[in-house]
Design a protein. Structure first.
Length: 358
């Protein structure tokens, strides 16, 4: 500014003679500074008020399933769409040979053993969904048995995105209070991942397989997507009205598998950190809608309490009777699907029944 002003004055003097003396008003500079200061104060106050209003009007995301969520998400949530564990019944399931589709065109994803409410192995007991003996039997399946099971369930899937065809890298894991150390590896398929992590975290690999199917249908999806793998176990994916809004900090099949195996162990090792515990009675809601009501459930073991900690709604009679279809407006499906799927895949799981795997 100084050089441009001097140059302008010299050009004026060359054309018109000496530059006339400018007389400034007394205090003009102070008045100008005062006006500028007032404008700055007004702008700052306006911005502060606007920011406060915006913060007050933005509600926090509700974690309606009380699943584990990070204290401070590192990025906005991403929506993976409808998930089968909460409001929706089982999607994209092809019936086994000889089994007709269920009503409404929804086909059962399991064998013919227990397709009806209470069929085959007794009625559903909300307080004893599965025994501790079964839930924590980490040697129930070998890696090869897991692989054969995945291949069989995924026989209708063709392509590189099929669960049976994918491989991942698993970093070695150090031992902690929840899981033993595991070696990890490169080029591991889903069976190898599940075998290592189930053994390390002392959880039945059958539980991991059923949870995987319950949450993302990856065992028998004919056309899985990356989004299905990103939220494979529904870990850190709170369900909000049937849609899962997942935290991207916990995105990816390996992260989901490690997290789920350790989460089942957390419920067992540190039950005091979670809402439901073995040996106690709680009012368990039928659905997220409070108008649907609730009913008391006595948690007869840690395994059952763990399932409710992950999906804290019990199925009503309409949900159980309609499996694998839809119940009524107060029906939830997560616990129901787990119970039916486990029995269909592996046999009765409650009461400490001995499990056998072909």
């Amino acid at each position: 500014m100084y050089r441009r002003r001097v140059g302008a004055d010299l050009r004026f003097r060359a054309a018109h003679g000496p530059v006339p003396v400018r007389r400034s008003r007394p205090g003009g500079a102070f008045i100008l500074l005062a006006v500028v200061g007032m404008i700055v104060v007004i702008v700052v106050v306006a911005l502060a008020v606007g920011r406060g209003d915006a913060t007050a009007s933005t509600p926090a995301t509700a974690d309606v399933l009380a699943r584990p969520t990070p204290a401070a998400p590192t990025a906005p949530v991403f929506d993976v769409g409808p998930m089968p564990s909460f409001r929706t019944s089982w999607p994209e399931a092809a019936p086994p040979p000889g089994v007709p589709p269920a009503r409404d065109g929804i086909s059962p994803p399991i064998g013919t053993g227990v397709l009806g409410f209470g069929a085959g192995s007794g009625r559903f007991d909300p307080g004893n969904i599965i025994s501790d003996q079964v839930f924590y039997n980490s040697s129930a399946m070998s890696e090869q048995q897991i692989r054969r099971f995945i291949d069989t369930q995924g026989s209708g899937c063709v392509g590189e995105l099929c669960l049976k065809n994918r491989t991942w890298t698993l970093d070695p894991g150090a031992a902690d209070q929840y899981c033993d150390a595991y070696p990890g590896g490169v080029g591991l398929d889903a069976a190898a991942l599940l075998a290592q992590l189930s053994t390390a975290c002392r959880v039945n690999p059958q539980i991991m397989l059923v949870t995987l199917q319950k949450e993302s249908s990856l065992l028998d999806r004919p056309g899985p997507t990356e989004a299905n793998y990103d939220a494979a176990f529904g870990w850190h994916c709170p369900d909000v009205d049937g849609a899962a809004a997942c935290d991207p900090a916990y995105k990816g099949f390996v992260v989901q598998t490690v997290g789920m195996a350790k989460q089942w162990s957390r419920y067992r090792v540190s039950p005091e950190n979670y809402p439901y515990r073995s040996g106690r009675t709680y009012l368990i809601a039928w659905d997220v809608d409070p108008e649907c009501g609730s009913a008391p459930v006595t948690m007869r073991n840690t395994a059952t309490a763990s399932l409710y900690n992950y999906t804290p709604y019990q199925p009503n009679a309409a949900s159980l009777a309609a499996y694998p279809g839809e119940g009524d407006r107060c029906s939830s499906y997560g616990i129901r699907n787990f119970w039916f799927l486990f029995q269909g895949y592996f046999g009765p799981g409650a009461g400490g029944t001995k499990m056998t795997t072909p």
